[in-house]
Design a protein around this ligand. Structure first.
Ligand code: KG4
Ligand code: ZN
Length: 332
């Protein structure tokens, strides 16, 4: 079954053709980062307008790279939430139009389910049950996944998402948007023990996070000691990064232990972080838990993960009709 996945929920216009929810024949991503960077974050109206311009060329390119035409497909999948309302509507209207023109069935996919299932594109992909941490610019949530289509949220951030904390700290430090990668690169040259930033770790049986206190601590540090440069900047980045990786990995391994889960998946943009990956691997090995980490290109937003989730939905009979609306706050 060949499914075309379409993703326009935030600042990436993406499309991909995936066979049987496992093998991507193409994976095209057009990023708007350069457009939003000068504003220090995603501007919703600019995102919608650029999706309108990019969406059809991106879909055409995904089909061309797969060597297919629309008539060779078996289904369509589109992100219908959560995300920016105007941005979501662009992808959704395109999916409806293509479905109307071709008669292909289409499925509305939850963007977070897409992130959780991106790992299915790897040859040795885990089957449910597993625990999945989604850690991105908009979300930091831990799910128990007993089966495809069933997601129990067992923990989440109480304030900022981890990626949001990265982006806000980068702003304070005068680094470009989005801040994850520049902080990650600087941190490689820094001492993670240079500054002991606070770790918010709510009670042992609570699998929630809080990152706003950490962000404020960085801000206070800069106010007290001045804008860091050179080694001091690298040390601050490494210390901040260590605090984020520490609380994320501590909580997911504690949750896995409590719920007797033997497989952990980490996904979303922040899953590209080098320290998070290394520390999670170290602690998972210690605990005898299998850790599955998607490669970096599958961590950030893409159309292939939407095609995977759409394939699973269509297989279950989850066919949408033309009354489907976008849901910017859709909770998985
Ligand atoms: O999943 P994603 O592409 O979009 C959302 O759905 O949010 O994630 C983007 C987030 C941004 O906050 C970005 O700063 C963060 O992922 N990010 C990173 C790294 N690469 C991207 N955070 C930490 N380390 C990285 N290497
Ligand atoms: Zn995302």
């Amino acid at each position: 079954m060949k499914v075309l996945g379409i993703e326009t929920s935030c600042d990436e216009t993406a499309a991909s053709v995936v066979v049987d929810g496992r093998v991507a024949l193409s994976d095209v991503v057009s990023t708007q980062i350069d457009i939003h960077r000068r504003w220090g974050g995603v501007v919703p109206e600019l995102a919608s307008r650029n999706h309108v311009v990019q969406v059809m060329p991106v879909i055409d390119e995904a089909l061309a790279r797969a060597g297919l035409q629309l008539s060779d497909l078996d289904g369509l999948a589109v992100t219908s939430g959560p995300g920016l309302q105007g941005a979501l509507l662009v992808g959704l209207q395109v999916a409806k139009a293509l479905s109307l023109a071709t008669g292909l069935p289409f499925a509305g996919v939850n963007h977070l389910e897409g992130h959780l299932l991106a790992i299915r594109l790897l040859p040795d992909a885990p089957e449910p049950p597993f625990f999945g941490l989604i850690v991105s610019g908009g979300h930091t949530s831990l799910y128990d996944v007993p089966a495809f289509g069933t997601y129990h949220r067992i923990g989440a951030t109480r304030d900022d998402a981890a990626g949001e904390a990265y982006d806000k700290v980068a702003k304070v430090l005068g680094l470009p948007y989005p801040g994850g990668q520049p902080i990650d690169e600087l941190a490689q040259r820094g001492d993670p023990k240079a500054i002991r930033f606070p770790r918010a770790l709510p009670g042992p049986d609570v699998f929630d996070w809080s990152f706003s206190g950490l962000k404020t601590s960085v801000l206070n540090h800069v106010r007290e000691h001045g804008q860091p440069t050179g080694q001091a900047l690298a040390d601050l980045c490494a210390s901040f990064q260590e605090a984020v990786a520490d609380v994320l990995t501590k909580k997911i391994l504690a949750a896995a232990k409590k719920h007797h889960s033997k497989t952990l998946v980490i996904c979303g943009g922040v899953a590209a972080n080098s320290r998070l990956r290394a520390l999670a691997q170290e602690r998972a090995t210690e605990a005898g838990v299998r850790l599955c980490l998607p490669p970096q290109r599958l961590c950030t937003d893409n159309g292939a993960m939407i095609a995977v989730a759409g394939y699973e939905a269509l297989k279950r009979g989850g066919r949408a009709d033309f009354s489907l609306n976008s849901d910017p706050a859709w909770r998985l």
